[in-house]
Design a protein around this ligand. Structure first.
Ligand code: TXA
Ligand code: MG
Length: 299
């Protein structure tokens, strides 16, 4: 299975790949045709740069020279849900299109065994979340498969452990580290290692995860709801019960893992709106609130 999918990837085909964060639509990052096929399948409005998944730190260093901060972060968090945006080496074989022509590259070593198995094909894999542009990231094989009407082979790796995309940190040379996207590793854990993270400059779109309407269900979303209005589905958290809950025990890790599948389940009921209970702002709550704010943004 893995061997034949490796061949599919080497020939420029795409595979839906499980990771510990969300499912990805993976293709050979060194093959411009495969990268173009990813953009086409997702229906991305522009060629936004993609995350390049690699086997390990030495593989990552084929694409970038790591400074002390990058080494610290990689050694501490890889394999795992941290993406580093670092200067791109001129001799990196990754297709220009995958980096959208930027002189930086986004790299991550996933921890899901089946993702690592796919990388036995010997190529770095470009893999955005396996959803059509603007929709909720899939956290199960069935949800990923449905996004693309079953046209790609899906490797079923079960429900994603984190359920939320990787945290993206940019490390521009000689400049402070920036949090480009809150994600499955809380800001606090990164700051404990390399000190305070700057936010991205206001108005500057560094990652399309930062476009305001993104991760959107079909139904409108109402935040900080303590109870539900007629026709709504209420997603609870902790003491706020609901039709569904992110975590009855108020656990942010559980809430992150359940966020997208719960939004999908609520949306499937075709409610007038999806109401969501307040979520605390610390730890993984930062990323959860970020995704909820986007889901609720006017479109
Ligand atoms: O958890 C994840 O990161 C998942 C799994 C599949 O690994 N992938 C994912 O990919 O979320 P995607 O394409 O949905 O999000 C990639 C983000 C985008 O917001 C993109 O703009 C940013 O990474 N990015 C990639 N390269 C960049 C660069 N050179 N500079 C700034 N942002 C970059
Ligand atoms: Mg995405």
């Amino acid at each position: 299975m893995a061997a034949s999918l490796g061949l599919v990837l080497r020939r420029g085909g795409l595979v839906i790949m499980p990771t510990e964060t969300v499912y990805g639509l993976a293709g050979d990052a060194t093959n411009p045709a495969a990268v173009a096929a990813i953009y086409a399948a997702k229906g991305r409005p522009q060629f936004n740069p993609l995350i390049i998944h690699v086997w390990d730190l030495p593989a990552a260093q084929q694409h970038s020279v790591f400074d002390a901060r990058a080494l610290d972060l990689a050694e501490h968090f890889w394999p795992g849900p941290l993406t580093l945006v670092v200067p791109r080496r001129a001799d990196s074989p990754v297709a220009e299109l995958a980096c959208a022509g930027l002189d930086s590259i986004a790299l991550r070593v996933p921890s899901h065994r089946m993702a690592l198995d796919l990388m036995l094909c010997g190529r770095p894999l470009a893999a955005p979340s396996a959803n059509r542009s603007g929709r909720i990231s899939p956290t199960t094989a069935a949800d990923a498969d449905a996004e693309f009407d079953g046209v790609f082979t899906t490797v079923d790796g079960g429900a994603c452990e984190a359920g939320l995309e990787s945290t993206i940190v940019a490390l521009p040379p000689g400049q402070p580290a920036q949090l480009l996207r809150p994600g499955a590793i809380p800001r606090e854990a990164i700051e404990a290692l390399i000190g305070p993270l700057a936010g991205a400059a206001a108005g500057e779109i560094k990652a399309p995860g930062m476009l305001s309407s993104h991760y959107a269900p079909s139904a409108p979303v109402r935040l900080n709801a303590l109870d539900k209005m007629p026709g709504e589905v209420l997603i609870g958290f902790g003491a706020v019960g609901g039709d569904l809950t992110l975590s009855a025990g108020g656990d942010l890790t559980e809430a992150a893992a359940r966020l997208y599948s719960t939004l999908r389940a609520a949306d499937a009921q075709n409610p007038r709106a999806i109401a969501v209970a307040p979520i605390p702002a610390h730890g993984l709550g930062e990323a959860i609130n970020d995704r909820l704010a986007r889901a609720a943004a006017p479109r």
